[in-house]
Design a protein around this ligand. Sequence first.
Ligand code: ADP
Ligand code: MG
Length: 837
Amino acid sequence: REGGLEGDVGESVKQEDGVSVSLSGLREQSRQAYLEKREARELELLEQAIRDEEELFSGQEMTERERKDLAMRKEILRMAKNRGGEEEDDAGGYRLPDGFIDEDGMINKEKKESVLTSRYKDDVEEKGEMELWQEEQTKKSQMGFGKKKKDEKEYDFVFDDAIDFVVTETKKGKNKKGKESDDVKPDEPEEPVAKGLTDHEKILVGRKKLPVFAYRDEFLEAVAEHQVLIMVGETGSGKTTQTPQYLHEAGYSKLGKIACTQPRRVAAMSVAARVAQEMNVKLGNEVGYSIRFEDCTSPKTIVQYMTDGMLLRSFLTEPDLKSYSCLIIDEAHERTLHTDILFGLVKDIVRFRKDLKLIISSATLDAEKFSSYLDDAPIFMIPGRMFPVDILYCKQPEADYVDAAVVTTLQIHISQDIDSGDILIFLTGQEEIEQCAETLTMRTKGLGARIPELIICPVYANLPADQQARIFMKTPPNSRKVVIATNIAETSLTIDGVCYVIDSGFAKQKSYNPKTSMESLVVTPISQAAANQRSGRAGRTAPGKCFRLFTAWSFKNELEANTIPEIQRTNMGNVVLQLKALGINDLLSFDFMDPPPAECLMRAFENLYALGALNDRGELTKLGRKMAEFPLEPMLSKSVIIAEKYGCVKEVLSMVSMLSIGASVFYRPKDKAVHADTARLNFARGGGGDQISLLRCYTEWEDSGFQTQWCFENYVQSKSMKKARDVREQIAGLCERVELEETSCGVSDFEKVLKAFTAGFFFNVSKLARSGDYTTVKARHTVYIHPSSCMAKDEIPADFLVYFELAFTTKEYMRQVAPIKGEWLTELAPHFYNEAD
Ligand code: ADP
Ligand code: MG
């Protein structure tokens, strides 16, 4: 199911013509609209005045009047900033009238009158405006959980949007033996660490407290006895950081490197840094990591953390992995595509390398499956303690989970004891995380010293290393940490001290649409299993609470029980290419743990053959070998590579990047629709359809020096453009690797560009039928031009169209279409088309 929980968190991912539009895209639109408003300046003034005043009054008594006045200005500021829509709406958004803020940042007296009068029409005469305003805020601020203390009354105005939660169940705790128990005791108060201990000595004391430490010797015995071992333990028990060190201490590093794979780059880097610290060595020497585009290892390295994709690539250069003595496939429960392929490869390799130790490590209990796949390998359990966790669900579906997460955080922060624990929020990606952090910062800043400090720590892949370290720092007294993360914090990273989890219920997942052969990252509801993993993060050090930003009904009825392994929801084209590049030819008998459906494999073979990546014996061609280097869908990588032949690599790279960001590029505010449409037409003028419009758009932006201003002027989303630029840089880097020269033919010569595009996308061609409709050339399916296309209103329809993808809604729509010549087909795809077509 693409596009989220309809009718539940429906707003968060909207279905629009069958294509999911992420909330961030919508948000970006409203933010840009907002930016254009002249109010921006006024708000700045207001903000400055508030800051000045706070400074002026710091440490001094304010009169009641002054206090209220300041509070009101802050609230106006917050509401005005929060306003999403155009009109004043029920969510409390303000539209500031002209001249509402004076030059000195004060609210204009007469104007204030008018705003308040319109909001509280009738009563304003009888009651004082301020009282009324406060009354309304108080009414709205009923918090749905927790005890509210008397002295917290003054925080009331924080919420005009409190969320109601219901406690439905409590997840039972587990005692030290890993048995469910009603009575899990917290730790004895920590003995004061003896004075004079260095930081490193303190770390060593900490290592011994981890659950896995008690099983160190048993673990090493099991490894000595068995070649293959399945290791299972709760997140945070020490599997990732400790077991490689144990293996090293037991002498395995003398025989070869100890490798530990991670599905995510951030986890590989962060864990390696931690282990280097624990072993008191410099990162990159004895302990290192390798991720794509970055190798932080040296000949000295004995413990190597790496992404699963990197280990996969090692098979290309060292098929027997003889430089390794132990392999730990970590986070196996995640079942990423790379991990699944690794399973098949390592299963094979342990048969002929009897000296290689293999450990499959997982945070969930369904280890039997791994065990039976690996010839009944023994399962090593690390019992972990777990405190009970209350599960709270939203009473009503929340429209915007980022906003709901912000409000819930504030609710927790204010209503719960300050030393009761830190907060962990699960969102889906960097953009959301940044926005959440930004809103939290703004809302807490407005409250100044009235609430205890909230330390906001975002975590995502591109975060600088020093920022990453911040998430692990101990929270100082009288403050609370809130970590905002993707599902990386589900099992890969453990943050001590978390007692509250806020779960959006979503994650970004790769999803593959076999009808269109397209793969994209889509915000998808998580599985019940993942939701339970997330809630478990709240009960590591003390009893905790998990706030689910979805309803109990939704959990039961709309979430899948388990996450479907990536291999079953991915485009097999890429997998086949990768495995072929590894020299594995007979894929039908490859030992997959969960084999992809045979017909998917066959379809992939056929398509790769038609693309020219495989020859008629099913072997990789020279072209196929190059295509395997690109992390792109084969149709796209073919277009890029073939572009060299037409001398238009530069143009195709820009076009492909624009096409593959999957976000909307053009922006159309309601009140400026005509301007926006004209701006868009400018890109389409000159012909070439949507693909070439996108190319013109990118090229002009590039010519402007990648200006944000240019985006505003041309009604183009600057964030989408920046994303496209990032993607482009990555692909261009790979072009260098396969020695593809970045030739350029100029935008005006766009027929070449379309030819290169068609060389990859010839599966997606439709022909004008006598009826005036288009039908696909091979399947003779009726398809329509998507209304958003710049060709939708062309008076003279083109005879042949190539399209980027099909969107299924009321009709089958072709999205991103371009006119081509019929005779290109037999020229570009002789294996697929013949004269009869
Ligand atoms: P597992 O792999 O079993 O989930 P880990 O080995 O990742 O467990 O984590 C064990 C402990 O190490 C965690 O409880 C955490 O306290 C600590 N830890 C892990 N990474 C870091 C880090 N980068 N900084 C500080 N502490 C860390
Ligand atoms: Mg781990």
